[in-house]
Design a protein around this ligand. Structure first.
Ligand code: ZN
Ligand code: FE
Length: 255
């Protein structure tokens, strides 16, 4: 399969997934229509499907413009009927989506919103605003418990899974991570590498899941260093994973 990463709006990414055999394509999270149409034309492929991870405008804003040009299947979580423009197929956990001969699996991962899904094609994970490289999405509609469960579900995927998330937020996420786990050597070296990439205007997405497990604080609620640092600012904080996760998320919201 071919994946083309399309920078959209200020810091969003859309992903054009192309089946090389049939030359048909799907677009994950079209924030806007024009750059997607331009890329579809450049790759000489046929767009057939929109895969929305969640209803937020910066992930669905291009639906209307794309649908004005052609008929498309539009997938999103079934509970987002009425919140995702043009939705034709409400999907749920375990459902299969097709792009030509490619097959993807739907993972229901609520927390950022109540109807958030990811699409998994082989080892390529399109996870919207749930898991970010070196971070995770804000909890707008769900609970910390839900978000924690969703992140755990993604963590159970194989280490070589590639994380294609919705935004280029890595550098700022790492800056936050450095405040609570500064002695994590893998984190320090990732931060240096990412700063270099950003200084040259290059993307830091995708990353591998194993790199996330080693450096993303929102997957590291069992890190002793993180727990110690969080408890220094909140002595009553319990050690259970959800409490640690919730406290981290709260600090990041104010970062
Ligand atoms: Zn969002
Ligand atoms: Fe977003």
């Amino acid at each position: 399969m071919n994946i083309f990463q399309i920078p959209l709006l200020r810091d969003n990414y859309g992903y054009l997934i192309v089946c090389p055999k049939t030359n048909s394509a799907a677009i994950v999270d079209p924030s806007e229509a024009e750059p997607v149409l331009a890329r579809v034309a450049r790759e000489k492929t046929t767009l057939q499907t929109i895969l929305n991870t969640h209803h937020h405008r910066d992930h669905t804003g291009g639906n209307e413009g794309l649908l004005a040009r052609q008929k498309l299947e539009v997938c999103g979580h079934k509970s987002d009927q009425g919140r995702i423009f043009g939705l034709t197929r409400g999907v749920d956990d375990g459902d299969e989506v097709a792009v030509g001969e490619l097959r993807g699996k739907v993972l229901f991962i609520p927390g950022h919103t109540t109807g958030h899904v990811a699409y998994l094609f082989g080892n390529n994970l399109f996870c919207g605003d749930t898991l970010f490289t070196a971070g995770c999405g804000r909890i707008f509609e769900g609970t910390p418990e839900q978000m924690h469960t969703s992140l755990n579900k993604l963590m159970a995927l194989p280490d070589d899974t590639k994380v294609y998330c919705g935004h280029e937020y890595t550098e700022n996420n790492l800056r936050f991570a450095m405040t609570i786990e500064p002695n994590n050597n893998k984190l320090v070296s990732r931060f240096e590498r990412v700063q270099g990439l950003r200084a040259r205007g290059q993307p830091t997405v995708p990353a591998t899941l194993v790199e996330e497990k080693l450096t993303n604080p929102f997957l590291r609620w069992d890190s002793e260093e993180i727990q110690t640092n969080l408890k220094a600012g909140a002595p009553d904080l319990k050690s259970d994973p959800v409490a640690i996760f919730a406290r981290m998320r709260k600090l990041k919201d104010a970062f």
